[in-house]
Unconditional design. Structure first.
Length: 666
């Protein structure tokens, strides 16, 4: 991560207000047709108003009759620029154009750069600002996209909490590979005042060359998101990878070649908010409204997670983009996470490039080979061309490590846990001759994928793998154990391979009795906060386990997949829906985010929030509903909207905090 370099900012709120009253100016309001009410159709309104002083245009922001965002001398249009060897300076726009509901300022020429700022009101509560930069010769620069709250008082926040002191956060990382600048996944900063929130949101770091920061300065009354901080070059090394170590010469600059043009989008949003939870949720809804994935709060949160964990693949040459697991894991993509986030985001370009970003050493451990084959089928169905060499490698790997239809994942050389790194739950230990149940469902799906890709897979090969999967079931205690030989330990990651296989191929793997037996046992022994990914047969923790992460924590995608697969084997749709609603309430109880795990002792999130693979739930749920011919609005999404106080109207999603039942208790 990058530390924020010293900058000389100078803004004068009081002086600016005096100028706004006494200086000659032309007032041109974008979207003048809007009525000057703070709430339009129960929305908190925010609208831009163009002001002019000394031939320089600035932009104020109003909510009804109230000025909520200043146009100070330091950055009258809300844009600052930094060039190498210089501090951030205001960008002065002296020309304007109006085209429909769009306002364009510029060009402003600074050195070899030409800048244009387009301001567009997306809906009454959301404004898109697009800065387009063109270089006449190679040039490095960094831009700050500012918002200066006008009302006195109020509180300042980022996604993770309230901020009382100046702070800069980075989205680059947070793991052991990076310097110590604090990291956050959601690049937003907000101001809360009198039951409303006004904030600024940055674009996906992937679109800003992985240079995306946020600034909160309560004393200076400033919020900003930045596409660089002017750091000098430094060597960024990925050391904590499964098999590889690679590096990149990172810096704090955007770089343009001669005649190159790039655009940078940010959004200003307004909504109702009574708490930090509301602020977080309002930011989610704003980004989802901006991107168009706004049918429900669940879709918004899950697809935002994929979008915000997307990065430019700058360390390797395979594909343009990749999806990271969480900023603390560093700048790398596992096949499983990349698969689920690509499917969850449903962006063809990001999906294609993330698939291309998989390389050989990523495939040959855990369940990555199985996922790669299934991902390759989906790529082929979408009209893409699978990587034949890697597909062959993945196929040969799963068949080489198969015995009597069962997949035995090999050891990962040099791993910190000798018998670990065999499943997605990496630290759970399994002996060489004890195959985890988790992977076997994927093995069945991978063989189906291999057959569709043209490999010599016969139906009896698939049936043998299915038989091996069923053989793992504990008939006496009626549950799927964590592995073939550890029959007394219940594994709640054991069914999600079938869920994925059904979503992609429409084929069930386990028997109705097995799935319903497992679910009956699970519902009796699960914790008050969800299923423990591994536990004793009575649901209690294993010795030395804490109830977090793989040590008995609850992993949302595993729980959700269990409920989804139960709906294929006899559980009614209404019961599936109620279980999903209950579990999602537990997941969102403290933060409107899907977490790496939640503690089954305290119910609190553990590890990363906005964690990667949970994005796959949105896709799995829709694919399974489609295969089961379930039409209309998803009852789970409708229920969670109501519990969160989220309303969908003609302009998208908005908040009604008075209607909520789902919020932190303290």
């Amino acid at each position: 991560m990058k530390t924020c370099s010293t900058r000389t900012h100078c803004w004068f709120p009081i002086l600016t207000i005096l100028i706004s009253f006494f200086a000659p100016r032309a007032v041109v309001a974008a979207n003048q047709q809007s009525k000057p009410n703070a709430i339009t159709g129960q929305r908190v309104e925010v609208r831009p108003r163009l002001v002019r002083s000394n031939d320089v245009y600035g932009v104020e922001y109003w909510s009804g009759p109230q000025l909520v965002g200043l146009a100070p001398l330091a950055a009258p249009a809300g844009v600052e620029l930094r060039l190498p060897g210089e501090p951030f300076k205001r960008v002065e726009f002296r020309a304007k154009k109006e085209r429909g509901n769009k306002l364009e300022l510029g060009p402003a020429n600074i050195g070899s750069l030409s800048l244009r700022l387009r301001i567009e009101r997306v809906n009454p509560s959301l404004i898109k600002r697009t800065l387009t930069v063109t270089a006449t010769k190679p040039q490095q620069f960094a831009a700050s996209f500012d918002f200066f709250p006008a009302p006195d008082g109020g509180s300042f926040a980022t996604f993770t909490g309230a901020e009382t002191n100046p702070k800069v956060y980075d989205t680059l990382g947070g793991g052991p590979e990076y310097p110590s600048t604090p990291g956050q996944t959601f690049p937003m900063a907000a101001f809360q005042h009198n039951g409303r929130v006004f904030g600024v949101v940055a674009d996906s770091p992937a679109l800003w060359e992985n240079r995306c920061l946020m600034l909160v300065d309560p004393g200076g009354r400033k919020l900003a998101v930045l596409n660089g901080d002017g750091r000098d070059p430094y060597e960024l090394i990925i050391k904590y990878d499964a098999k590889d170590k690679y590096k990149y010469q990172m810096d704090g600059w955007q770089s343009l070649a001669a005649a190159e043009t790039k655009s940078y989008e940010t959004w200003l949003f307004a909504d109702k908010a009574k708490s930090q939870y509301d602020v977080q949720l309002a930011a989610h809804l704003a980004l989802a409204n901006a991107k168009g994935w706004n049918h429900s709060a669940l879709e918004a949160i899950l697809r935002n997670t994929s979008y915000l964990l997307c990065r430019r693949n700058l360390m390797r040459n395979e594909g343009r983009y990749l999806f990271i697991s969480g900023i603390g894991y560093g700048w790398k993509q596992w096949v499983t996470d990349g698969f689920y986030m690509a499917q969850g985001l449903a962006d063809p370009e990001k999906m294609t490039e993330a698939y291309r970003s998989v390389f050989a050493n990523r495939i040959t451990y855990e369940d990555n080979a199985q996922y790669y084959l299934i991902w390759s089928v989906l790529a082929k169905r979408a009209g893409g061309k699978p990587n034949e060499d890697l597909v062959k490698l993945a196929y040969e790997f799963i068949r080489t490590n198969e015995k009597d239809g069962i997949y035995y994942p090999p050891r990962l050389a040099g791993a910190s846990v000798t018998n670990g790194f065999r499943t997605y739950m990496d630290l759970l230990p399994y002996e060489d001759d004890d195959p985890p149940a988790s992977n076997q469902g994927f093995q069945c799906g991978a063989l189906l994928a291999a057959r569709e890709l043209g490999f010599p897979v016969k139906e009896e090969d698939i049936e043998r793998a299915i038989a091996g999967y069923r053989r793992m079931y504990n008939v006496t205690k009626k549950f799927m154990p964590t592995s073939l030989k550890q029959q007394d330990l219940i594994g709640q990651d054991a069914l999600y391979g079938e869920t994925l296989t059904y979503a992609v191929f429409g084929r069930k793997l386990l028997t109705d009795d097995q799935v319903m037996g497992h679910m009956g046992t699970t519902l009796r022994v699960q914790s008050p906060y969800g299923m423990r990914v591994i536990s004793k047969a009575d649901g209690s923790l294993l010795p030395g386990h804490s109830g977090e992460y793989v040590s008995g924590g609850s992993w949302f995608l595993c729980d959700a997949a269990n409920y989804l697969v139960a709906g294929l084997h006899g559980m009614s749709a209404d019961e599936v829906d109620q279980h999903l609603i209950w579990r999602i309430e537990k997941e969102l109880a403290f933060v409107p985010a899907f977490n790496e795990s939640i503690s089954t002792v305290t119910g609190k999130p553990h590890g990363h929030i906005l964690y990667s693979w949970n994005s796959g739930y949105w896709w799995l749920r829709h694919e399974i509903r489609k295969r089961q011919m379930q039409k209309g609005a998803d009852p789970v999404e409708v229920a969670i909207n109501q519990k969160l106080g989220v309303v969908r109207d003609k302009n998208g999603l908005r908040l009604e905090p008075n209607a909520v039942t789902l919020r932190p208790k303290n």
